[in-house]
Design a binder for this molecule. Structure first.
Ligand code: GDP
Ligand code: MG
Length: 144
């Protein structure tokens, strides 16, 4: 067991619906440390890097539209097993299947346009977390 970091994004629906505080509160309530936090607007270049495994999917243009609907909040959270534990706190990708008690289950909903707006992103591995942190915080003009 050792300290690790994860990258959390409060997505545009989470920001516009007023859930920034709730995400922060849940992190703090669980005892995780917030190492960095900022409000920003996702650029196309950042999204192409962040979602490199999705750029060729037919729904990728919808994802870009969604992620650029408004500002997002990027958070670096740290603690023991924070990557896997925050994934469980976030809940399932599909908001209508996400368990109540999870962020997506409590605050996410479908809007009838086919876009999966699910309130938060969280890294799925320590390796991906470090890669994603570089995209949103540390490295400018980086090429992956
Ligand atoms: P996550 O790790 O739970 O966020 O899920 P994935 O890594 O599988 O997908 C990343 C994000 O892409 C999801 O959170 C959704 O916003 C979006 N996404 C994934 N699959 C679909 C899909 O089939 N249709 C649409 N419109 N968006 C999707
Ligand atoms: Mg993912």
């Amino acid at each position: 067991m050792h300290e690790e970091r994860t990258l959390i994004l409060v997505k545009p629906d989470g920001v516009s619906q007023g859930h920034i505080g709730e995400v922060i509160t849940r992190l703090e309530r669980k005892g995780y440390r917030i190492e960095a936090l900022k409000v920003t607007n996702a650029t196309r270049a950042q999204l192409d890097q962040h979602y490199e495994d999705k750029v060729d999917k037919p729904f990728y243009p919808e994802m870009v539209k969604y992620m650029q609907e408004g500002p997002i909040v990027a958070i670096i959270a740290a603690g023991i097993s924070v990557v896997s534990v925050f994934r469980r706190m976030a809940g399932k990708t599909n908001v209508s299947e996400a368990d109540f008690g999870t962020i997506r289950g409590d605050f996410g909903r479908e809007w009838g346009d086919g876009i999966i707006r699910n309130v938060v992103h969280s890294s799925d591995s320590v390796e991906h977390a470090e890669r994603e942190i570089a995209i949103w915080f540390e490295l400018k003009n980086v090429c992956f």
